[in-house]
Design a protein around this ligand. Structure first.
Ligand code: ISL
Ligand code: CA
Length: 538
């Protein structure tokens, strides 16, 4: 017991959209400093900061031009040092985003690399000759039709699993790896407490880069670049070179992970401490995220139960900067009452499980998806690519964007009912959700029953309870069509949680009689639609 990253609640900040301090419409580091007391009062013990490094923003900071310079719009290195100091003063840990599957094409290494085939940096990236004037293989990119881009100057193609402005680094090159480790260590020397490892599943590509099997010119081929044997070598090396011997943590963003692969990553403490799995956030997509299907409670229960038992310690999250807003997604926004209640229910369902909670900014006030209607309102390269490739079925693409587009979670944090929700005095870089007069921090603070106050109580409850932190997990009522329920036990203490995921009332089963620790929409023995209750049993 006593591991800080198991006991603290994490809060993800997307800096561009959190708080602007100088009226340029872009959130910045000084804006974050201004809101640290807010986070402290919420009960947050650690912050994950999405990338704040110098970037041309083809993918909003996930395309890094210089790992050791702060993005000009966000501030200076002095601002960063002050932010870190102010966080530590409040006993809030800071973890940074580590984006090392790729850099920006404007990174110094890539500019060198593309100069000529014999440049010393050539091998820092993945260059290949074409095949009969076409791409070296048929891999599709997440943000473009092909994962290859032809470089006129040196007459070869480079690999980019994401945008063409995000060339993949060649992890087979030991000099490149050394430079990455040195960079990580310099951030540690500054005092940061850990890293969230972006797109970490993809670092090692299958030797020979074989084409994927499937129809069509470009084929989705994750089997050739996820969890390759060498990935484990790189992660162990990184651990030895950077993490060992420090009081730090790292959490991997492990797209495509299974419970079996997860064991190899987190067991034995040799590769990563925690990981983000995708099974929950991929539940409402059929054959890809854009074919939206309804929430399926029995499937949800199975996923949670499998993960809770598969590995010792999970991450618990509903959202992040790549996901839509959870209350619009798996809750209910049909009325203000149901928005508030379902937001509380979702928090109860997820954050009393065994693992480390990661809240995404705005979730704690129940922020919702944005009613996007036209391309001018969008900013995300993934959505532009989707529209571009689906001109023949734009209605389908727009349904996907409204339900799942990443911009839903990137609209500005809603602080007050002042113009632009108190986020900026200028013009925000992306539109503020029109519902900010009803949904904002100031209003939520003033209302005892708000989602925000509920999150505070929930975090305080969890932080003060060894049973909720370290207790065993048992799924209850596995076949109930409305209720998601579970038990946490430690020593002779038992806490039961019961959540109504349906739009109809449900009777609270008799076993849930006990001291009510937390409740939303629990009316006597009835759980109202989207209600939740947590009880301590004698
Ligand atoms: O795109 C995916 C599958 O649809 C994901 O599995 C993908 O691995 C994941 O979205 C990667 O996300 C991270 O890296 C991206 C960046 O755009 C995201 O914002 C970041 O979270 C590239 O750096
Ligand atoms: Ca600013």
């Amino acid at each position: 017991m006593g591991t800080w990253w198991k006991e603290r609640v994490f809060y993800q900040i997307y800096p561009r959209s959190f708080q602007d301090s100088n009226g340029d419409g872009i959130g910045d580091l000084r804006g974050i400093i201004r809101r640290l007391d807010y986070l402290k009062e919420l009960g947050v013990g650690a912050v994950w900061l999405s990338p704040i490094y110098d970037s041309p923003n083809a993918d909003m900071g996930y395309d890094i031009r210089d790992y050791e310079k702060i993005m000009t719009e966000f501030g200076t290195m002095e601002d960063f040092d002050e932010l870190l100091r102010e966080m530590h003063k409040r006993d809030i840990k800071l973890i940074m985003d580590l984006v090392v599957n790729h850099t920006s094409d404007e990174h110094r290494w890539f500019k060198e690399s593309r100069k000529s085939r014999d440049n010393p940096y050539r091998d820092y990236y993945i260059w290949r000759d074409g095949q009969n004037g076409q791409e070296p293989n048929n891999w599709v990119s997440f943000f473009a039709p092909s994962a290859w881009h032809y470089d006129e100057g040196s007459s070869q193609w480079y690999l980019h699993l994401f945008a063409d402005k995000q060339p993949d680094l060649n992890w087979g090159n030991p000099c490149m790896r050394r430079e990455i480790y040195d960079m990580i260590n310099r951030w540690f020397d500054k005092g940061v407490d850990g890293f969230r490892m972006d797109a970490i599943s993809f670092l090692a590509k299958e030797p020979g880069l074989p084409s994927g099997s499937g129809e069509g010119r470009y084929v989705f081929s994750p089997e050739h670049y996820t969890f390759q044997p060498r990935l484990h070598d790189y992660l162990r090396e990184m651990r030895r070179e950077c993490f060992d011997g420090r009081d730090c943590m790292c959490v991997g963003e492990t797209s495509f992970v299974t419970t079996d692969i997860a064991k190899t990553l987190v067991e034995g403490g040799q590769e990563m401490d925690l990981l983000f799995q995708f099974d929950i956030v991929e539940m409402d997509g059929e054959g890809g995220k854009w074919n939206v299907i309804p929430f399926d409670l029995s499937r949800f229960k199975k996923i949670i139960n499998d993960w809770q038992h598969a590995i010792d310690w999970n991450t618990l999250f509903w959202g992040n900067h790549d996901q839509p807003r959870i209350v619009s997604r798996f809750g209910c926004t049909a009325s203000e009452e149901l928005r508030v209640r379902s937001a509380k229910m979702l928090a109860t369902a997820m954050y009393l499980l065994r693992g480390t909670p990661f809240l995404y900014q705005g979730e704690e006030i129940g922020m919702t998806n944005y009613p996007f209607t036209c391309e001018a309102e969008l900013r995300d390269i993934e959505s532009f690519n989707l529209l571009e490739q689906n001109r023949d079925r734009e209605d389908w693409a727009w349904r996907g964007i409204r339900a799942k587009g990443r911009d839903n979670s990137r609209t500005p944090m809603q602080w007050t009912d002042a113009p632009n929700a108190g986020f900026t005095t200028g013009t925000p870089w992306i539109g503020v959700n029109p519902n900010y007069r009803e949904i904002n921090v100031e209003k939520a603070l003033a209302e005892e029953d708000s989602v925000l106050h509920f999150y505070r109580r929930l975090i305080a409850l969890r932080s003060g309870s060894e049973t909720l932190q370290y207790g065993n997990f048992t799924l209850l009522l596995p076949d109930d069509p409305q209720l998601f329920a579970y038990k946490r036990t430690l020593g002779d203490e038992t806490i039961l949680v019961c959540c109504n995921f349906s739009g109809s009332e449900a009777a609270i089963p008799a076993q849930f009689a006990g001291e009510r620790l937390l409740a939303a929409g629990a009316d006597g023995d009835t759980l109202l639609p989207y209600g939740a209750v947590a009880v301590r049993i004698e």
